[in-house]
Design a protein around this ligand. Structure first.
Ligand SMILES: Nc1nc2c(ncn2[C@@H]2O[C@H](COP(=O)(O)OP(=O)(O)OP(=O)(O)O)[C@@H](O)[C@H]2O)c(=O)[nH]1
Ligand SMILES: [Mg+2]
Length: 439
């Protein structure tokens, strides 16, 4: 089971219980243990976490005016945040040299594109140097990656001295670019040869950031890797990739956090360059628990779309047919809709709602254009059969199409309301997520 799904299911023992008593808390704790262990979180971390959660829920005083349910959820949320590393990483936006390290196939080269997009979105110019000299194909791969995101690229296929290439690359690129990422060769296991090569590159280029790239699917072993690389070259952060495909992401994150070798800087949850974000344990856990991360959603929406209506609808938690249309259009533009919805905390969204085809969108659009301004503003009106018939006729559609649209509308509206309606839960999160517009 997906970690978030498991946690939300376990949480139901508390949020859905008639009485949050010792029995309910113990039942929750047991479920949570099972979920975390199946996500490869280290057993000792799990048992101390669960003990602490039980202890705090049952014994800690909570503010008057809040319910024991809210208190319990807050405790779970806080303790999971601690497990996943606590503080958020805020990458500095300035000129810098980044060295990427990691074992074979961990996602280094792919992460170059992601980092490039990330820093480009902050207004910096990014280029990469091909420091993986052992495989010619690796140089081609990086060149392609750079092209795909409009990043600068440097390689030298005439020799295999990675440190020298990195140095020459820097001299060539530094006058023209702000952020320079050096991709390096992986190895199947950490050894002294790899450590020496990385040390040499690092001494030559004097990297400002050294990111170890780790695939989430190694789970808790990530801690050992982080320690080894940190001892060898000194890490400034860890990038955990493949959070999407792995059932061990929680294990990897918590192990790296517990190792104290380095902070988790970024997480990647897909192959595409934009499936990447600076790691913030609070946001991550909020999402796992099913709290909407409207903040991330809004900033993503802002980045990708100028549809102000969408933001307004999200901010106000209110939807009419105009905002609905704008929202659907914006979502199409944003690409992988599911990911966006997941960012909004709507993890378990029915597929048919998120995967609307272009054709369907067009017919919805035609229908909305056939509505009167009053109908657009007052969605209730569209429940009336005679209105549905008129709109269907006007838009050249069947009555069923209109029904489908109104049903979809209701679901999206319900979802937005749900995301914002749970004020009890959200009160405590307000401070953490400014910009949610909660009162
Ligand atoms: N699903 C998923 N796949 C990823 C992610 N990051 C990387 N991959 C895939 O993992 C594979 C290896 O990625 P690379 O970036 O080539 O890894 P590398 O560390 O450069 O590998 P070497 O250079 O061989 O050491 C590729 O097929 C990527 O598309 C991710 O976050 N999610
Ligand atoms: Mg590579």
């Amino acid at each position: 089971m997906d970690l978030g799904q498991g946690i939300r299911k376990a949480l139901a023992a508390i949020t859905g219980a008639a009485l949050v008593d010792e029995k309910a808390v113990k039942a929750f704790s047991k479920d949570l243990q099972r979920v975390l262990i199946s996500n490869d979180v280290e057993v000792r971390l799990v048992s101390s976490l669960c003990k602490k959660i039980e202890e705090r829920i049952l014994n800690e005083k909570f503010p008057a005016g809040s319910s024991v349910r809210e208190h319990a959820v807050r405790v779970v949320y806080e303790e999971l945040c601690n497990l996943m590393g606590g503080e958020a990483y805020a990458p500095t936006v300035e000129k810098k040299k980044i060295l990427l390290l990691g074992l074979f196939g961990s996602g280094k080269t792919t992460s170059v594109a992601k980092l490039a997009k990330y820093y480009q979105s902050k207004g910096l110019k990014v280029a990469a140097i091909a420091g993986d000299v052992h495989r010619p194909a690796a140089i081609d791969q990086l060149e392609q990656v750079c092209k795909s995101v409009n990043a600068g690229f440097y390689s030298d296929r005439s020799h295999k001295d990675a440190a020298r290439i990195a140095k020459q690359g820097l001299e060539t690129l530094e006058p023209h670019y702000d952020v320079i990422v050096v991709d390096t060769a992986g190895r199947s296991a950490f050894d002294s040869e790899l450590a020496d090569e990385l040390k040499k590159i690092d001494q030559t280029i004097k990297a400002d950031e050294k990111f170890l790239v780790i695939s989430a699917d190694i789970g808790q072993v990530a801690a050992k890797q982080a320690r080894q690389f940190d001892e060898a070259v000194g890490l400034s952060g860890v990038i955990i990739t493949k959070m999407d495909g792995s059932g061990k992401g929680g294990g990897a994150l918590s192990a790296v956090a517990a190792s104290k070798a380095a902070k988790i800087s970024f997480i990647a949850s897909g192959e595409k360059p934009d499936a990447f974000e600076a790691f913030d344990a609070k946001k991550f856990v909020a999402r796992l628990c099913g709290f909407p991360d409207l903040d991330a959603l809004l900033s993503k929406a802002k980045e990708l779309s100028t549809e102000e209506n969408l933001q307004k609808a999200m901010e106000e938690g209110k939807l009419d047919y105009e905002t609905f249309l704008a929202q659907m259009k914006a979502m199409k533009k944003m690409g992988p809709l599911k990911q966006i919805m997941q960012m909004a905390g709507a993890y378990d969204l029915p597929e048919e709602l998120v995967g609307k085809s272009e054709e369907k969108m067009k017919s919805f659009e035609a229908a909305i254009h056939s509505m009167t301004p009053a109908e657009r503003k007052e969605p209730k009106l569209m429940k009336v059969r005679s209105r549905q018939e008129r709109v269907a006729k006007g838009a050249g559609l069947k009555l069923d199409d209109i029904r489908e649209m109104t049903e979809n509308f209701d679901r999206v509206q319900k979802m937005i309301k749900g995301m914002r309606g749970n004020r009890g839960f959200l009160k405590g999160l307000q401070k953490m997520m400014p910009g949610m517009g909660m009162k």
